[in-house]
Design a protein around this ligand. Structure first.
Ligand SMILES: [Zn+2]
Length: 270
């Protein structure tokens, strides 16, 4: 890989490839005007836990509620967060998927049971995916933000959607179990902890599963913890999240996906 490609994301990292501690990426999903208040609370609590850089998954027009970039308050808040070390990531466009009449059983499971009709990029055409991602990128950049990544709602990104993201000059994407560098073409296995809180049984199952997953990830080079704004409203879920982050913080370096991918490029080129 060329030096230019290695340093495209973060020039500082090109000098610091080897000998680092394992990483922790905490991502906050569904950042939007509608979730602004819980997002502020979550970032405050994370800061107290020693997490002062996160990947913020920002929705350009959450549930068609209006363009994010028209909201000056949230834009200046995001710019401050970027300046403080957080990363803005484009997270879908509308974060909703209309029901299609031609759905298979698998489609129905993935878009209605696995996710609550949020899988916007699950089967979007290339052209529409390209239009939405490029519009979001232009809007964010015009607002003074610096998005490098695109992450589909519920991580449901079709092959066509991924191709569109790459053609929109997006540097990386993530799925539930991997991080993919779209420039270098490398995929890194790393399953994310994430909670489903829609019902009591989902919360119980999430608590049990994430405790197991956390133990399994003990020696993984990258630990991913994905938080949704609603998580902080469920005491047991939030307690587990903060406990696991505190434990991970003892031997892991908090970073963003953008910086992690940049570092992985350096390592891959050596
Ligand atoms: Zn989302």
């Amino acid at each position: 890989m060329s030096t230019a490609a290695v340093t495209a994301l973060s020039p500082i990292l090109a000098a610091a490839a080897e000998g680092e501690r394992p990483s922790l990426v905490v991502s906050l999903h569904d950042v939007a005007p509608a979730t602004h208040a819980p997002c502020i609370r979550i970032l405050d609590e994370l800061h107290r836990l020693g997490i002062s850089c996160t990947s913020l998954l920002v929705v350009p027009n959450y549930h068609r509620d209006g363009e994010l970039v028209a909201n000056r308050e949230i834009i200046s808040w995001l710019r401050e967060l970027e300046a403080a070390g957080h990363e803005t990531v484009i997270h879908g466009y509308f974060h909703e998927r209309p029901i299609s009449e031609r759905e298979t059983l698998r489609d129905r499971f993935m878009t209605r049971v696995y996710t609550n009709r949020e899988g916007e990029f699950y089967d979007l055409s290339y052209d529409e995916a390209f239009r939405r991602i490029s519009t979001a990128r232009e809007q964010f950049k015009a607002a003074g933000l610096k998005p490098h990544g695109f992450i589909a709602p519920a991580w449901l990104l079709s092959i066509e959607g991924e191709r569109a993201a790459r053609d929109c000059e997006i540097e990386y994407t993530t799925r539930l179990a991997s991080v993919r560098d779209l420039r270098a073409g490398n995929t890194y296995s790393a399953r994310s902890l994430v909670y489903s809180v829609r019902t009591g049984w989902r919360r119980s199952a999430s608590l049990a599963w994430n405790a197991v997953l956390f133990r399994r990830c003990k020696y993984a080079p990258l630990l991913r913890i994905s938080i949704h704004p609603i998580d902080i409203e469920h005491r047991e879920v939030w307690q587990q999240i903060t406990r696991l982050i505190s434990a991970a913080r003892a031997n892991r370096e908090p970073t963003t996906y953008c910086d992690w991918v940049a570092r992985a490029r350096v390592n891959a080129s050596n």
